[in-house]
Design a protein around this ligand. Structure first.
Ligand code: NDP
Length: 325
Protein backbone atom coordinates (compact mmCIF):
# COMPACT_ATOMS: atom_id res chain seq x y z
CA UNK A 1 0.00 0.00 0.00
CA UNK A 2 1.04 3.59 -0.55
CA UNK A 3 0.03 6.37 1.79
CA UNK A 4 -0.81 9.94 0.81
CA UNK A 5 -1.33 13.07 2.83
CA UNK A 6 -4.88 14.31 3.09
CA UNK A 7 -4.19 17.58 1.25
CA UNK A 8 -1.90 19.79 3.31
CA UNK A 9 -2.95 18.13 6.59
CA UNK A 10 -0.60 15.71 8.30
CA UNK A 11 -2.98 12.77 8.04
CA UNK A 12 -1.61 9.84 6.02
CA UNK A 13 -4.39 7.89 4.34
CA UNK A 14 -3.95 4.73 2.29
CA UNK A 15 -4.11 5.59 -1.41
CA UNK A 16 -6.96 3.06 -1.66
CA UNK A 17 -9.70 3.10 0.96
CA UNK A 18 -12.98 1.27 1.37
CA UNK A 19 -16.59 2.46 1.67
CA UNK A 20 -19.99 1.06 2.61
CA UNK A 21 -22.44 2.72 0.19
CA UNK A 22 -25.11 0.37 -1.25
CA UNK A 23 -23.28 -2.75 -0.09
CA UNK A 24 -23.31 -2.75 3.75
CA UNK A 25 -26.79 -3.73 4.86
CA UNK A 26 -27.76 -5.22 1.48
CA UNK A 27 -25.33 -7.59 -0.30
CA UNK A 28 -22.89 -7.32 2.62
CA UNK A 29 -24.13 -8.66 5.96
CA UNK A 30 -22.16 -8.69 9.23
CA UNK A 31 -20.06 -11.75 8.32
CA UNK A 32 -19.20 -10.46 4.86
CA UNK A 33 -18.40 -7.02 6.29
CA UNK A 34 -15.91 -8.58 8.70
CA UNK A 35 -14.28 -10.46 5.85
CA UNK A 36 -14.06 -7.39 3.59
CA UNK A 37 -12.77 -5.05 6.30
CA UNK A 38 -10.18 -7.61 7.40
CA UNK A 39 -9.07 -8.13 3.80
CA UNK A 40 -8.76 -4.38 3.22
CA UNK A 41 -6.90 -3.80 6.48
CA UNK A 42 -4.53 -6.70 5.78
CA UNK A 43 -3.71 -5.03 2.45
CA UNK A 44 -2.82 -1.77 4.24
CA UNK A 45 -6.13 0.10 3.86
CA UNK A 46 -6.46 2.47 6.80
CA UNK A 47 -9.62 4.44 5.94
CA UNK A 48 -13.20 3.17 6.03
CA UNK A 49 -15.96 5.47 4.80
CA UNK A 50 -19.56 5.61 5.92
CA UNK A 51 -22.56 7.95 6.26
CA UNK A 52 -25.69 8.29 8.38
CA UNK A 53 -27.85 7.69 5.32
CA UNK A 54 -26.21 4.43 4.13
CA UNK A 55 -28.85 1.73 4.68
CA UNK A 56 -30.43 4.23 7.10
CA UNK A 57 -27.78 3.84 9.80
CA UNK A 58 -27.44 0.08 9.34
CA UNK A 59 -24.20 0.39 7.33
CA UNK A 60 -22.60 2.21 10.27
CA UNK A 61 -23.90 -0.40 12.73
CA UNK A 62 -22.50 -3.25 10.62
CA UNK A 63 -19.15 -1.52 10.18
CA UNK A 64 -18.92 -0.65 13.90
CA UNK A 65 -19.66 -4.24 14.94
CA UNK A 66 -17.19 -5.64 12.41
CA UNK A 67 -14.41 -3.25 13.48
CA UNK A 68 -15.05 -4.17 17.12
CA UNK A 69 -15.14 -7.93 16.36
CA UNK A 70 -11.88 -7.69 14.44
CA UNK A 71 -10.32 -5.75 17.33
CA UNK A 72 -8.49 -3.48 14.91
CA UNK A 73 -6.31 -1.08 16.90
CA UNK A 74 -8.09 2.29 16.97
CA UNK A 75 -4.88 4.17 16.24
CA UNK A 76 -4.33 2.15 13.04
CA UNK A 77 -7.48 3.05 11.11
CA UNK A 78 -9.59 6.08 10.25
CA UNK A 79 -13.34 6.01 10.00
CA UNK A 80 -15.75 8.61 8.67
CA UNK A 81 -19.38 9.56 8.67
CA UNK A 82 -21.40 12.10 6.72
CA UNK A 83 -24.30 14.28 7.74
CA UNK A 84 -27.08 15.77 5.64
CA UNK A 85 -29.72 13.29 4.44
CA UNK A 86 -30.73 11.96 7.88
CA UNK A 87 -30.85 8.30 8.84
CA UNK A 88 -34.62 7.78 8.98
CA UNK A 89 -36.79 6.96 5.98
CA UNK A 90 -38.72 10.17 6.61
CA UNK A 91 -36.39 12.27 8.78
CA UNK A 92 -37.81 14.76 11.26
CA UNK A 93 -37.32 18.40 10.22
CA UNK A 94 -34.58 18.68 12.87
CA UNK A 95 -32.76 15.58 11.60
CA UNK A 96 -31.71 16.51 8.09
CA UNK A 97 -29.55 19.24 6.58
CA UNK A 98 -26.59 21.00 8.14
CA UNK A 99 -28.10 22.90 11.08
CA UNK A 100 -26.06 22.94 14.27
CA UNK A 101 -28.65 20.59 15.79
CA UNK A 102 -28.45 17.95 13.08
CA UNK A 103 -24.67 18.16 12.68
CA UNK A 104 -24.32 17.51 16.43
CA UNK A 105 -27.01 14.81 16.73
CA UNK A 106 -25.83 12.95 13.61
CA UNK A 107 -22.26 12.93 14.94
CA UNK A 108 -23.36 11.50 18.29
CA UNK A 109 -25.46 8.84 16.56
CA UNK A 110 -22.60 7.91 14.21
CA UNK A 111 -20.22 7.55 17.16
CA UNK A 112 -22.66 5.14 18.82
CA UNK A 113 -23.34 3.10 15.68
CA UNK A 114 -19.67 2.92 14.68
CA UNK A 115 -18.69 2.18 18.30
CA UNK A 116 -15.86 4.71 18.37
CA UNK A 117 -15.05 7.71 20.60
CA UNK A 118 -14.24 10.02 17.70
CA UNK A 119 -14.68 10.26 13.92
CA UNK A 120 -11.43 10.80 12.04
CA UNK A 121 -13.25 12.45 9.15
CA UNK A 122 -16.73 13.98 9.18
CA UNK A 123 -18.31 15.27 6.00
CA UNK A 124 -21.20 17.57 5.13
CA UNK A 125 -22.71 15.18 2.59
CA UNK A 126 -24.21 17.93 0.40
CA UNK A 127 -24.52 21.74 0.62
CA UNK A 128 -27.59 22.93 2.56
CA UNK A 129 -29.14 26.10 1.14
CA UNK A 130 -31.44 26.28 4.22
CA UNK A 131 -28.56 26.73 6.70
CA UNK A 132 -26.07 29.61 6.80
CA UNK A 133 -22.59 28.23 6.11
CA UNK A 134 -21.33 30.00 9.24
CA UNK A 135 -23.69 27.92 11.42
CA UNK A 136 -22.27 24.69 9.95
CA UNK A 137 -18.64 25.84 10.22
CA UNK A 138 -19.21 26.75 13.88
CA UNK A 139 -20.85 23.38 14.60
CA UNK A 140 -17.96 21.50 13.00
CA UNK A 141 -15.47 23.64 14.92
CA UNK A 142 -17.26 22.77 18.18
CA UNK A 143 -17.05 19.03 17.44
CA UNK A 144 -13.35 19.36 16.68
CA UNK A 145 -12.72 21.28 19.91
CA UNK A 146 -14.66 18.59 21.81
CA UNK A 147 -12.40 15.90 20.31
CA UNK A 148 -15.33 14.12 18.66
CA UNK A 149 -14.08 14.86 15.12
CA UNK A 150 -10.49 15.21 13.89
CA UNK A 151 -10.99 16.61 10.36
CA UNK A 152 -14.15 17.96 8.79
CA UNK A 153 -14.92 18.36 5.15
CA UNK A 154 -17.55 18.65 2.46
CA UNK A 155 -18.96 16.36 -0.20
CA UNK A 156 -20.09 17.65 -3.58
CA UNK A 157 -20.05 21.29 -2.53
CA UNK A 158 -19.56 23.91 -5.24
CA UNK A 159 -16.10 25.49 -5.10
CA UNK A 160 -17.63 28.83 -4.14
CA UNK A 161 -19.29 27.37 -1.02
CA UNK A 162 -16.03 25.71 0.05
CA UNK A 163 -14.26 29.04 -0.38
CA UNK A 164 -16.90 30.74 1.75
CA UNK A 165 -16.43 28.16 4.52
CA UNK A 166 -12.69 28.91 4.50
CA UNK A 167 -13.26 32.65 4.60
CA UNK A 168 -15.59 32.31 7.61
CA UNK A 169 -13.20 29.96 9.41
CA UNK A 170 -10.26 32.30 8.85
CA UNK A 171 -12.22 35.38 9.95
CA UNK A 172 -13.31 33.80 13.24
CA UNK A 173 -10.34 31.54 13.99
CA UNK A 174 -12.38 28.36 13.44
CA UNK A 175 -11.37 24.98 11.98
CA UNK A 176 -11.61 25.07 8.20
CA UNK A 177 -12.66 22.14 5.99
CA UNK A 178 -9.66 19.92 5.25
CA UNK A 179 -11.11 17.78 2.49
CA UNK A 180 -13.86 17.30 -0.06
CA UNK A 181 -15.45 14.01 -1.17
CA UNK A 182 -16.32 14.32 -4.87
CA UNK A 183 -17.18 11.75 -7.50
CA UNK A 184 -14.15 11.12 -9.69
CA UNK A 185 -13.72 8.58 -12.44
CA UNK A 186 -12.98 8.29 -16.15
CA UNK A 187 -16.54 9.39 -16.97
CA UNK A 188 -16.82 12.17 -14.41
CA UNK A 189 -13.84 14.51 -14.25
CA UNK A 190 -14.86 18.14 -14.55
CA UNK A 191 -15.36 19.07 -10.89
CA UNK A 192 -12.13 17.54 -9.59
CA UNK A 193 -9.96 18.62 -12.52
CA UNK A 194 -11.40 22.04 -13.34
CA UNK A 195 -13.80 23.48 -10.75
CA UNK A 196 -11.68 22.55 -7.74
CA UNK A 197 -8.28 23.28 -9.35
CA UNK A 198 -7.69 26.58 -7.47
CA UNK A 199 -8.70 25.04 -4.11
CA UNK A 200 -5.78 22.62 -3.91
CA UNK A 201 -3.37 25.53 -4.17
CA UNK A 202 -5.28 28.06 -2.06
CA UNK A 203 -6.40 25.82 0.80
CA UNK A 204 -4.37 22.62 0.50
CA UNK A 205 -7.67 20.79 0.05
CA UNK A 206 -7.49 16.98 0.14
CA UNK A 207 -9.93 14.71 -1.70
CA UNK A 208 -11.39 11.31 -0.83
CA UNK A 209 -12.90 10.48 -4.21
CA UNK A 210 -15.92 8.20 -4.78
CA UNK A 211 -17.21 5.73 -7.37
CA UNK A 212 -13.94 5.04 -9.21
CA UNK A 213 -15.83 2.44 -11.29
CA UNK A 214 -18.93 4.63 -11.79
CA UNK A 215 -20.92 2.00 -9.87
CA UNK A 216 -19.40 -0.79 -11.95
CA UNK A 217 -20.03 0.78 -15.39
CA UNK A 218 -16.27 1.07 -15.98
CA UNK A 219 -15.84 -2.69 -15.64
CA UNK A 220 -17.94 -3.07 -18.79
CA UNK A 221 -20.25 -5.49 -16.97
CA UNK A 222 -23.47 -3.74 -17.95
CA UNK A 223 -22.84 -3.80 -21.68
CA UNK A 224 -25.00 -6.91 -22.13
CA UNK A 225 -27.65 -6.05 -19.54
CA UNK A 226 -27.84 -5.94 -15.76
CA UNK A 227 -26.52 -9.00 -13.87
CA UNK A 228 -29.05 -10.05 -11.22
CA UNK A 229 -26.41 -10.05 -8.47
CA UNK A 230 -25.34 -6.47 -9.16
CA UNK A 231 -26.18 -3.29 -7.26
CA UNK A 232 -28.46 -2.19 -10.08
CA UNK A 233 -30.78 -5.03 -9.12
CA UNK A 234 -30.82 -3.97 -5.43
CA UNK A 235 -34.24 -2.80 -4.18
CA UNK A 236 -34.15 0.94 -3.45
CA UNK A 237 -31.57 1.66 -6.17
CA UNK A 238 -33.96 1.64 -9.12
CA UNK A 239 -32.96 5.27 -9.75
CA UNK A 240 -29.37 4.14 -10.34
CA UNK A 241 -30.49 1.47 -12.81
CA UNK A 242 -32.63 4.03 -14.64
CA UNK A 243 -29.66 6.37 -14.85
CA UNK A 244 -27.33 3.71 -16.22
CA UNK A 245 -29.95 2.49 -18.70
CA UNK A 246 -30.82 6.04 -19.85
CA UNK A 247 -29.58 7.35 -23.23
CA UNK A 248 -26.75 9.19 -21.40
CA UNK A 249 -25.87 5.98 -19.57
CA UNK A 250 -25.78 4.06 -22.84
CA UNK A 251 -23.52 6.74 -24.33
CA UNK A 252 -21.18 6.30 -21.36
CA UNK A 253 -21.05 2.57 -21.98
CA UNK A 254 -20.01 3.22 -25.57
CA UNK A 255 -17.17 5.37 -24.26
CA UNK A 256 -16.18 2.60 -21.87
CA UNK A 257 -16.06 0.13 -24.76
CA UNK A 258 -13.31 2.27 -26.32
CA UNK A 259 -11.23 1.99 -23.14
CA UNK A 260 -11.45 -1.76 -22.67
CA UNK A 261 -8.89 -2.62 -25.40
CA UNK A 262 -6.35 -0.28 -23.78
CA UNK A 263 -6.74 -2.09 -20.45
CA UNK A 264 -6.42 -5.44 -22.19
CA UNK A 265 -3.23 -4.32 -23.93
CA UNK A 266 -1.72 -3.30 -20.59
CA UNK A 267 -2.60 -6.67 -19.10
CA UNK A 268 -4.82 -5.26 -16.35
CA UNK A 269 -8.51 -5.73 -15.70
CA UNK A 270 -10.91 -2.89 -16.59
CA UNK A 271 -11.50 -2.25 -12.86
CA UNK A 272 -7.78 -2.01 -12.12
CA UNK A 273 -7.31 0.25 -15.13
CA UNK A 274 -10.06 2.65 -14.00
CA UNK A 275 -8.84 2.77 -10.40
CA UNK A 276 -5.20 3.22 -11.42
CA UNK A 277 -6.28 6.13 -13.62
CA UNK A 278 -7.81 7.87 -10.58
CA UNK A 279 -4.58 7.35 -8.64
CA UNK A 280 -2.58 9.16 -11.34
CA UNK A 281 -4.14 12.45 -10.22
CA UNK A 282 -1.90 13.90 -7.47
CA UNK A 283 -4.83 15.87 -6.04
CA UNK A 284 -6.57 12.63 -5.13
CA UNK A 285 -5.66 11.83 -1.52
CA UNK A 286 -7.40 8.46 -1.51
CA UNK A 287 -9.62 6.54 -3.92
CA UNK A 288 -12.64 5.08 -2.13
CA UNK A 289 -13.31 1.56 -3.36
CA UNK A 290 -16.64 -0.22 -3.19
CA UNK A 291 -17.04 -4.00 -3.34
CA UNK A 292 -19.83 -6.43 -2.64
CA UNK A 293 -17.50 -9.45 -2.44
CA UNK A 294 -13.96 -10.34 -1.56
CA UNK A 295 -12.83 -11.22 -5.09
CA UNK A 296 -13.76 -7.73 -6.30
CA UNK A 297 -11.90 -6.09 -3.44
CA UNK A 298 -8.76 -8.14 -4.01
CA UNK A 299 -8.85 -7.37 -7.73
CA UNK A 300 -9.33 -3.67 -7.06
CA UNK A 301 -6.58 -3.44 -4.43
CA UNK A 302 -4.16 -4.78 -7.03
CA UNK A 303 -4.81 -1.60 -9.06
CA UNK A 304 -1.85 -0.09 -7.21
CA UNK A 305 0.45 -2.28 -9.31
CA UNK A 306 -1.15 -0.98 -12.51
CA UNK A 307 -0.42 2.72 -11.90
CA UNK A 308 3.10 2.46 -13.36
CA UNK A 309 1.68 1.11 -16.62
CA UNK A 310 -0.33 4.27 -17.25
CA UNK A 311 2.50 6.34 -18.70
CA UNK A 312 2.13 9.64 -20.53
CA UNK A 313 1.41 7.93 -23.86
CA UNK A 314 -1.34 5.79 -22.35
CA UNK A 315 -2.88 8.79 -20.58
CA UNK A 316 -3.00 10.64 -23.92
CA UNK A 317 -4.68 7.65 -25.59
CA UNK A 318 -7.28 7.59 -22.82
CA UNK A 319 -8.04 11.29 -23.29
CA UNK A 320 -8.33 10.77 -27.04
CA UNK A 321 -10.66 7.78 -26.57
CA UNK A 322 -12.91 9.82 -24.28
CA UNK A 323 -12.90 12.99 -26.35
CA UNK A 324 -16.37 13.95 -27.62
CA UNK A 325 -17.10 12.69 -31.10
P1 NDP B 1 -17.47 1.94 -7.40
O1 NDP B 1 -17.82 2.89 -8.46
O2 NDP B 1 -16.10 1.34 -7.46
O3 NDP B 1 -18.56 0.80 -7.40
C1 NDP B 1 -18.41 -0.32 -6.57
C2 NDP B 1 -19.33 -1.42 -7.09
O4 NDP B 1 -18.92 -1.85 -8.38
C3 NDP B 1 -19.28 -2.65 -6.19
O5 NDP B 1 -20.14 -2.55 -5.09
C4 NDP B 1 -19.63 -3.75 -7.16
O6 NDP B 1 -21.03 -3.72 -7.39
C5 NDP B 1 -18.94 -3.28 -8.44
N1 NDP B 1 -17.55 -3.75 -8.52
C6 NDP B 1 -16.52 -3.42 -7.70
N2 NDP B 1 -15.40 -4.02 -8.10
C7 NDP B 1 -15.72 -4.74 -9.18
C8 NDP B 1 -14.96 -5.56 -10.03
N3 NDP B 1 -13.66 -5.75 -9.83
N4 NDP B 1 -15.59 -6.16 -11.07
C9 NDP B 1 -16.90 -5.98 -11.28
N5 NDP B 1 -17.68 -5.20 -10.50
C10 NDP B 1 -17.08 -4.59 -9.46
O7 NDP B 1 -17.55 2.61 -5.98
P2 NDP B 1 -18.83 3.03 -5.09
O8 NDP B 1 -19.88 3.65 -5.92
O9 NDP B 1 -19.19 1.89 -4.23
O10 NDP B 1 -18.17 4.19 -4.21
C11 NDP B 1 -17.13 3.84 -3.30
C12 NDP B 1 -17.40 4.51 -1.97
O11 NDP B 1 -17.44 5.93 -2.15
C13 NDP B 1 -18.75 4.19 -1.31
O12 NDP B 1 -18.76 2.97 -0.64
C14 NDP B 1 -18.90 5.36 -0.38
O13 NDP B 1 -18.12 5.16 0.78
C15 NDP B 1 -18.33 6.51 -1.20
N6 NDP B 1 -19.40 7.25 -1.90
C16 NDP B 1 -19.61 8.55 -1.51
C17 NDP B 1 -20.60 9.31 -2.08
C18 NDP B 1 -20.81 10.70 -1.64
O14 NDP B 1 -21.81 11.32 -2.03
N7 NDP B 1 -19.95 11.26 -0.83
C19 NDP B 1 -21.49 8.76 -3.14
C20 NDP B 1 -21.15 7.40 -3.51
C21 NDP B 1 -20.13 6.70 -2.91
P3 NDP B 1 -21.91 -5.05 -7.61
O15 NDP B 1 -22.38 -5.46 -6.27
O16 NDP B 1 -22.99 -4.53 -8.49
O17 NDP B 1 -21.06 -6.10 -8.25
Amino acid sequence: MHYRRLGSSGLQLSALSFGAWVTFGTAVDRGAARELLACAFDHGVNFFDNAEVYSRGEAERIMGDALADLRLPRDAFCVSSKVFFGSARDPKPTQRGLSRKHVMDACHQALQRLRVDYLDLYFCHRPDPETPIEETVRAMDTLIRQGKVLYWGTSEWPAEAIREAHTIARRHGLSAPAMEQPQYNLLHRERVEVEYAPLYREFGMGTTTWSPLASGVLTGKYVHGVPEDSRLATPGYEWLRERIESPEGRADQKRVAKLLPIARELGVTPAQFAIAWCLKNPHVSTVLLGASRRGQLEENLAALDAVGKLDEGVMKRIDAALAPG
